[in-house]
Design a protein around this ligand. Structure first.
Ligand SMILES: Cc1ncc(COP(=O)(O)O)c(C=O)c1O
Length: 310
């Protein structure tokens, strides 16, 4: 990965190579952490973090769902992130805040182990590649089912839960595909291993709703609003596996991947990226890069990047 110079850890800015934890940190053993994936873009208004507040609020909610008491406020994390971007001299970057149960007590119920918080920022290109964004990716329905709401909390962005995404992603990569699509136990479509999913049928855009086992993606919310503002009809409903093959268009969206057309599912070609996908992708990119007046409120501008590095 592309290192940067500084990482923020429990209130201090520490050099990248010194941001270390004890091997008996609780989160390392049991996955007791919650995190976010956020991006900052270079815009004409300056470096701007996309929907920063929404990401921080989801982080707080994920922490609460797993009984992790954050030792600092969301404003502290926001301020630290701004300063981190300035200190690292980055015009655009990926942002990874993580709160995890640290070192101090082992066992499954370890309320006295502290909750540690860190934020790292580094340059990271589109997760499924620029070529994928342009021409679409090949996806495979996974043999692994998306975590059930009866076992975990699909709406939380918790570290341990990602073993499910990792199994699916690994299976699809080993089989030569770009991404995995996970179904639930009933065979209903949920999402990609790290993105929400949309299908277009007869001109109507459909995406799994809030009763589905999905992460309530912030890109998903943005895409729904953008699509509706453009005059498209968006419905939140169950999507059957076969609809992935029958759809006119399928696309994925997430912070890391951004908006990515799907050109093939399980070796069924969908054709090149469709028109609706293209139009929404263009508007979404405008929103990310501060080119859309009506979505400027989604940007948290990092004031006066000083490019100070120490
Ligand atoms: C499982 C999963 N679904 C969906 C998403 C998309 O969420 P967002 O748009 O908030 O990045 C992500 C990425 O965070 C994810 O990991």
């Amino acid at each position: 990965m592309d290192k940067s110079e500084w990482i923020w850890m429990n209130g201090d800015f520490v050099p990248w190579g010194e941001a270390k934890v004890h091997v008996l940190s609780h989160g390392l053993h049991y996955g007791t952490g919650v995190f976010e994936g956020i991006r900052a873009y270079e815009t004409e208004h300056g470096t701007a973090i996309f929907r920063h507040q929404d990401h921080l609020q989801r982080l707080a909610k994920s922490a609460e769902l797993y009984f992790l008491d954050l030792p600092c406020s969301l404003d502290d994390i926001r301020d630290a992130t701004h300063e981190l971007i300035r200190r690292n001299g980055l015009a655009s970057c990926y942002i990874r805040p993580l709160a995890f149960r640290g070192y101090g007590e082992m066992g499954l119920y370890a309320p006295s182990a502290p909750v540690d918080v860190m934020v790292a920022v580094w340059p990271w290109g589109a997760y499924l590649g620029e070529e994928g964004k342009r021409n679409g990716v090949r996806a495979k329905v996974s043999s692994w089912r998306r975590i059930s709401p009866n076992s975990l909390i699909p709406q939380a962005k918790a570290s341990g839960q990602y073993l499910n995404s990792i199994l699916a992603k690994t299976e699809s990569a080993k089989a030569g595909y770009d991404e995995a699509i996970l179904l639930d136990e009933a065979g209903i479509v949920c999402e990609g291993s790290g993105e929400n999913i949309f299908v277009v049928r007869e001109g109507v855009i459909a995406t799994p709703g809030h009763t589905a086992s999905i992460l309530d993606g912030i890109s998903r919310r943005s895409v729904i609003q953008i699509a509706e503002d453009l005059g498209y009809r968006v419905v939140e409903r169950d999507i059957a596996r076969a609809e992935l093959y029958l759809a006119e268009e399928v696309f994925l969206c997430g912070t890391a991947a951004e908006l990515v057309p799907v050109r093939e599912v399980d070796d069924h070609p969908l054709g090149g990226p469709g028109e609706i996908t293209r139009v929404i992708q263009g508007r979404f990119e405008d929103a990310l890069h501060g080119r859309a007046q009506e979505y400027l409120e989604w940007l948290d501008v990092v004031e006066q990047p000083s490019r100070v590095t120490s």
